[in-house]
Design a protein around this ligand. Structure first.
Ligand SMILES: [Zn+2]
Length: 148
């Protein structure tokens, strides 16, 4: 998991499909940047599996913004987005997004939210029942072998 092993321009986290755009040597994507190394694999796994279509779509939109026309990659990603559990809310909405830039921000925000919980210590929820403390509550005579 070193910066040297990642492809040029890509996030330094091992196997991450996103571009490295934050930090600077090593460069990390917006999902991996500032996160503990222990969370890297979980974040990458999420990006490559559950959110793979959203990742493909954000990369295609970025590429299209350079070329200025809708690419085949975007068309494929848009078609595959329909299989995503949140397809309806992730789809482009002319009213709220207005333009591709705002839509891209919303998609990238979704990726951040999807990977945000990895690597964070989860406290005990109140649902887990805990037993009352058992054992001596005060010293009794059977501790008499201790020198006073
Ligand atoms: Zn990354």
């Amino acid at each position: 998991m070193s910066a040297e092993s990642s492809e040029w321009g890509m996030c330094a986290a091992n196997g991450c499909p996103l571009f490295g755009s934050l930090g600077g040597h090593p460069w990390y994507c917006f999902c991996h940047h500032g996160r503990p190394n222990s969370a890297n694999d979980a974040i990458t796994h999420c990006l490559r599996n559950a959110e793979a279509v959203v990742v493909d779509l954000t990369k295609a939109i970025r590429a299209d913004s350079i070329t200025g026309h809708k690419s085949e990659a975007t068309a494929i990603a848009l078609r595959e987005l329909k299989q995503h559990p949140k397809a309806r809310e992730l789809a482009f909405d002319r009213k709220t997004d207005g333009n591709a830039r705002a839509w891209l921000q919303r998609l990238e925000r979704h990726l951040l939210d999807a990977t945000n919980d990895f690597g964070q210590q989860q406290g005990l929820s109140g649902i887990v029942p805990t037993a009352p403390v058992i054992g001596p509550t005060h010293a009794l005579d059977h501790y008499s072998e201790v020198q006073q």
